[in-house]
Ligand binder design. Structure first.
Ligand SMILES: C[S@@+](CC[C@H](N)C(=O)[O-])C[C@H]1O[C@@H](n2cnc3c(N)ncnc32)[C@H](O)[C@@H]1O
Length: 326
């Protein structure tokens, strides 16, 4: 699809990740060999254009197409995506057909929430026609095309809620593994006399950091970043809290706003030089921006500060491998 749509593909920076939970199916996908039956619904031009016939009668996908795709094992019901580290953030399109049927309704809601978090605003989700029930996708608008219904992620501004004024906790997607039944407490009539005498304690408003953290956990990165930027714009005597800068850098990175993310990450590092996580985030952003030398420098700082920082060692290994340095 990308090859068809982008005649100047070499000038684009395209990342395609293909995932499944099943290693056997992934190996089959990596092999890229298809039998005649695989083409029974495909347009006639597809096979000659993108496949080569093998001696055993099967068809191998063209290497120029295969090399565009990275294959990875992913359990969709785990909270491991979106993540900048695995390149599962700020995606434009997600094709997820005939997978939701394996999940319970609770898991479906959680998976669709996570898929929506992994998309940019306005990004597209394609599911199979049998899964395209609008009620399942509250974060999306259904858009009808002649042969398909696709779901487009609503922009953050269309579901803005006055989160800083909210007094009730906002439900999270992460659900406890075991459901406990709540005791059935019958509502009692309020004691009017007591209410009139006692001053009513106002519920404290959540701090900008707590509010932004909640938005971040809901995948509302744009609103989280806006909340933090507003808090940072208020002049104070003190230098900004590193936790604020940390969350802002992550919220920007998760939106794919890499230049802004890098600038705030550097302010975070300046505010808290000894936190290895700051150097690690800087490295991941720089890797994404194709600056492996600077990324390596930051990863080395991270492992210097925390010798058992496994992910930083792993990323250094990755960088060495891409330099063809065994
Ligand atoms: C029916 S196939 C659909 C394959 C393909 N999307 C299609 O439409 O032809 C479902 C796939 O979902 C994978 N799957 C099942 N549970 C999964 C999970 N928790 N995380 C990721 N993939 C899963 C299965 O291994 C299987 O390959």
């Amino acid at each position: 699809m990308v090859h068809q749509l982008l005649p100047d593909l070499q000038d684009w920076d395209v990342t395609i990740t293909a995932s499944d939970i099943n290693a056997h199916f992934l190996r089959k996908a990596v092999a890229g060999l298809y039998g005649e039956w695989s083409f029974h619904n495909a347009p006639a031009w597809l096979k000659p254009r993108y496949f080569e016939r093998c001696a055993d009668g099967r068809y191998a996908i063209a290497p120029k197409i295969k090399k565009l795709v990275r294959f990875a094992c992913l359990n969709m019901v785990e909270d491991v995506y979106p993540s900048l580290a695995t390149n599962t953030n700020a995606m434009d399109v997600i094709l997820c057909r005939n997978v939701l049927m394996y999940f319970t309704p609770r898991q479906v809601a959680k998976v669709i929430g996570n898929l929506s978090h992994a998309l940019v605003d306005g990004g597209w989700l394609a599911v199979s026609p049998t899964e395209a029930s609008q009620a399942l996708y509250p974060q999306f608008s259904a858009v009808n095309f002649s042969e398909a219904i696709l779901f487009q992620k609503n922009s953050a501004s269309s579901h803005v809620q006055p989160i800083l004024l909210a007094t009730t906790p906002v439900p999270q997607f992460s659900v406890p593994a075991v459901e406990t039944s709540l005791p059935n407490i019958a509502p009692t009539a309020p004691d009017l006399a007591a209410w009139q005498q006692e001053p009513v304690a106002a519920e404290p408003l959540p701090s900008p950091l707590a509010g932004a953290q909640t938005l971040f956990e809901q995948g509302r990165y744009e609103e989280a970043a806006a909340t933090l930027l507003a808090a940072l714009a208020i002049p104070t005597q003190r230098s900004p809290e590193p936790a604020l800068l940390r969350l802002l850098a992550h919220a920007l990175a998760n939106q794919g706003r890499l230049a802004d993310a890098l600038a705030w990450c550097e302010r975070w590092i300046a505010a808290d030089k000894l936190d290895p996580a700051g150097h690690y985030l800087r490295a991941i952003i720089l890797q994404e921006r194709r600056d492996p030398e600077q990324a390596r420098f930051s990863l080395q700082r991270a492992v210097y500060l925390q010798a058992d920082f496994v992910l930083a060692h792993f990323s250094l290994g990755h960088l060495a491998r891409s330099r063809e340095d065994p």
